[in-house]
Design a protein around this ligand. Structure first.
Ligand code: DP6
Length: 372
């Protein structure tokens, strides 16, 4: 599979107008993507749990236009026009135009909303970019299916290809977005221990997963809902010339291989150690970049220490991971959820901004809501 597989033939059919809606979830990485090459090719493989409740719902309304020179689109978030989202989508359209050659033929109204609070500090780029990529794939699918000449392309346009190309396009919008199309565990980035893995798109984790990891819980503690002072894109770029980058990239391959054994055996203690080490390594990379930066807040550390103390005292399988921010994702198996949730409410919620947190769990990917 190469990029070329995603360049379609000329479409023979045209559509005058239509509307399509997808909902797509966020995801939380266990082995982290941090560092990328040109065209959003990751420096190392990553694996994530797809989430269930934190989602973006996006509708695109498209109508044929005559002027083929420019992209023509408007963006709305929760019904409000959002011109500040336009540059990111413009860049995305430029990157994917070669794979979706109809883009300049239509005017698009993009309407989007998130199920999680707007300023929760939860990155919406994974769910947002994957939802947009899926909507555009549905337009392409309609164009191909309404073609009177049944071509070889149509025959190849099955669900597997649809998901692969949606993931491939989403990656070009935001790297981690390629892991949000399907669930429940997704691998992105070529690595020898995972057959079929590729830098181009996310694949479903192809091996056996122990019962312990089914319905795994993720309670997201909203420590800081503000804008991040350093964006992920800037952070990724700081991995160029980073003194520890090469070792980190090798470690991610090794951690994925180790995680494969853990997922099979159901060894929760080893799982906890691996995901926490990944989270702290991610933040260690930030702290050792030049310029260096810290995204954790004092309450992030308070929570981590409380989690360690509680785990030590109870033997329960609670662990944490972090993404590029101060919020803490508390991970635990479904069967231990009663005691752990009580602990979270009793001792951790006090460290959240306005006491806010979100209870989520592993999910199974995006869903088509409407296609007219
Ligand atoms: C720390 O996917 O947000 O969450 O590709 O520049 O859009 P861009 O970055 P993004 O980076 C996410 C980094 C991370 C780890 C992860 O999700 O694997």
């Amino acid at each position: 599979m190469t990029e070329r597989n995603f360049i379609p033939n000329i479409y023979n059919a045209t559509l005058e107008k239509g509307s399509v809606t997808w909902q797509s979830p966020s995801n939380i990485a266990l082995v982290k993507y941090w560092g990328k090459k040109k065209d959003q090719i990751p420096e190392n493989p990553s694996i994530s749990f797809t989430l269930d409740h934190c989602k973006t719902i996006t509708t695109i309304e498209f109508s044929k236009k005559d002027n083929l020179e420019n992209f023509d689109f408007e963006v709305y978030l929760d019904g409000e026009k959002k011109d500040d989202f336009k540059p990111k989508i413009q860049t995305f359209f430029e990157r994917v135009e070669i794979y979706l050659p109809f883009l300049k033929q239509y005017r698009f109204i993009i309407k989007t909303e998130n199920t999680f609070p707007h300023s929760s500090g939860i990155a919406s780029s994974a769910s947002g970019m994957s939802a947009l990529a899926l909507c555009l794939m549905s337009v392409e699918k309609q164009l191909i299916e309404s073609d009177v000449i049944v071509s070889a392309v149509e025959e190849d346009f099955d669900d597997a290809y649809f998901n692969q190309k949606a993931s491939f396009l989403a990656r070009l919008g935001s790297g981690s977005a390629c892991r949000s199309i399907e669930g429940d565990l997704i691998v992105w980035g070529k690595t020898k221990s995972i057959g079929g893995s590729t830098d181009l798109f996310g694949i479903k984790y192809p091996y056996k997963v122990h019962e312990n990891f089914k319905e795994y819980q993720d309670t997201i503690l909203l420590v800081d809902k503000g804008e991040k002072q350093v964006s992920s894109t800037v952070g990724h770029n700081l991995m160029y010339d980073h003194p520890y980058a090469q070792n980190r990239f090798e470690q991610a391959h090794q951690n994925l291989e180790n995680l494969k054994g853990i997922l099979e055996s159901g060894d929760l203690a080893a799982f906890n150690a691996l995901v926490e080490s990944e989270a702290l390594t991610l933040h260690a990379m930030m702290m050792t970049s030049m310029p260096y930066f810290i995204l954790m807040k004092p309450n992030t550390l308070e929570i981590i220490n409380k989690i360690w103390e509680f785990r030590q005292n109870t033997g329960l399988n609670i662990s944490f991971t972090l993404d590029a921010g101060a919020n803490v994702h508390v991970l635990y198996p479904k069967k231990e959820s009663q005691e752990i949730l009580q602990f979270i409410q009793r001792e951790l919620v006090a460290y959240c901004q306005n006491g806010h947190y979100i209870c989520d769990q592993i999910g199974f990917g995006a869903q088509l809501i409407k296609n007219e």
